[in-house]
Design a protein around this ligand. Structure first.
Ligand code: PA5
Length: 424
């Protein structure tokens, strides 16, 4: 599905040195005994997922497609990034057909919130509010505003029918609200944390509404699980070992690189996954990202010649979703006729190859390349599982619990004090 090319790493990792540690870590995942084991539910999810709920997701998606023109997905962090990453990766940034999916609840931005609400005034929209805790402030405020608009537009009864909530099966404010108002609900299993939840209803409902085949997505994830659980030579373990090696050899930042803007949100998903899982106890690689060639005209200079603190991890997709040929012009005033008749994908690929050589051979920046022939839904499901498992292994190599995020609470406490929230 995806192939890890280590030829440009400029470092030789002795994988045999890691064998015993990886073996113990993998057993800890398979037997659900590793650190933070209450949150290892994602590991067997591709075979254990709730088939009844899966069927309900498909049925509900069909209902939304038949009755609404827009779905507002309302969530933040793990309750947001996976769905957006997947929809953009599969459908591109300007999909012309189907239900329009827009996102809110991931920001306090007054401007974006107000503009989104204005935009929705003339739309026949439904809401998928996603929050495991049900108390996340960004999401709760956005939901309150969206709900108000919807009730003003269609009345309370129809509004309640147009709200679909994904939350904890029992507890939390959103579950309570859903029970009172009879929203259709979906479950975020208690043993799966936000950033490991893209293959649950959190990701599946928005994806299915967007017209993405969620059977294919789960099949891809299932293959990644099946291939890797008993095979320590799998690339996902190699990737975790390489990250660990680089971290211990003074590369403190990993730069995710894509060559299509439609994959930029996948970078964001990776950054959250790795940053929130690993960045603890003053340890962990700092994950950051760029989209080339755009960012070659901004950060490219630093990457080539700046402080040698980072290595690059490139996700290179060979076959684009769409392609276009560069036209011939008789005048040739822009001097582009040497490219006439060539596809833009060809130019993008030469940019990739030229940059790889510049960064590695001249800049001496270690590069890892994930070669992906085509990023279809099956491959994406495979990638989601691949990176989640690899991330857990990577955090365990640093002796870190991958599934908590104690540091995130500090800003919240301060903000709540400043806002005068009762109890703070
Ligand atoms: O990965 C995580 O656990 C977090 O990023 C959460 O997903 C995020 O904070 C949103 O939380 P909730 O779903 O409770 O609103």
């Amino acid at each position: 599905m995806i192939k890890l090319n280590t030829n440009h790493l400029l470092n030789t990792v002795d994988f045999t040195k890691y064998h015993d540690a990886i073996n113990v870590i993998n057993e800890g995942i398979n037997k659900m005994t590793g650190l933070g084991n209450d949150y290892l539910g994602w590991a067997d999810w591709p075979i254990n997922y709730d088939k009844d709920e899966f069927a309900l997701i498909k049925k509900t998606a069909h209902h939304i497609q038949s009755n609404y023109d827009t779905l507002v997905v309302t969530g933040i962090g793990g309750s947001y990034l996976g769905a957006r990453a997947a929809i953009e990766a599969i459908k591109g940034l300007f999909p012309q057909k189907g239900v329009e999916i827009i996102f809110l609840g991931h920001t306090f931005s007054p401007t974006l919130t107000k503009q989104t609400l204005e935009y929705l005034k003339d739309k026949n929209f439904a809401i998928n509010v996603i929050s495991k805790s049900g108390t996340t402030t960004e999401t709760s405020i956005a939901f309150r505003l969206l709900k108000k608009l919807l009730i003003e537009k269609v009345g309370e009864k129809k509004a309640n029918q147009a709200i679909f909530a994904t939350t904890d099966p029992k507890g939390g404010a959103l579950r309570k609200l859903s029970n009172i108002n009879n929203y259709t609900t979906f479950t975020l299993p208690p043993n799966i944390g936000g950033r490991y939840s893209v293959l649950t209803a959190v990701g599946l409902l928005p994806l299915a509404v967007a017209g993405i085949n969620i059977d294919d997505l789960m099949a891809g994830a299932k293959l990644a699980r099946q291939e890797s659980i008993h095979n320590l030579n799998h690339d996902l373990y190699k990737y975790a070992m390489i990250r660990d090696y680089m971290y211990r050899h003074n590369y403190k930042s990993e730069l995710y690189v894509v060559y299509e803007p439609q994959y930029a949100m996948f970078n964001e998903w990776l950054k959250q996954l790795y940053g929130e899982s690993e960045g603890k106890d003053k340890k962990g690689l700092f994950p950051t990202s760029v989209t080339f060639s755009t960012d070659l005209h901004s950060l490219g200079q630093f990457i080539q010649d700046g402080s040698p603190i980072l290595f690059e991890t490139i996700l290179y997709v060979n076959e684009p979703l769409l392609d276009i040929e560069i036209p011939y012009e008789a005048e040739n005033l822009d001097e582009l006729n040497y490219l006439a008749g060539k596809k833009l994908s060809y130019v993008n690929k030469q940019a990739f190859l030229g940059t790889l050589s510049a960064h590695v051979n001249e800049g001496k920046v270690p590069n890892l390349v994930f070669e992906i022939e085509k990023l279809d839904t099956f491959t994406l499901g495979y990638m989601f599982y691949f990176f989640m498992r690899s991330c857990a292994v990577s955090a365990y190599l640093l002796e870190i619990n991958p599934f908590n995020q104690p540091g995130v609470e500090v800003y919240k406490k301060n903000m709540f004090q400043l806002l005068g929230k009762p109890g703070y």
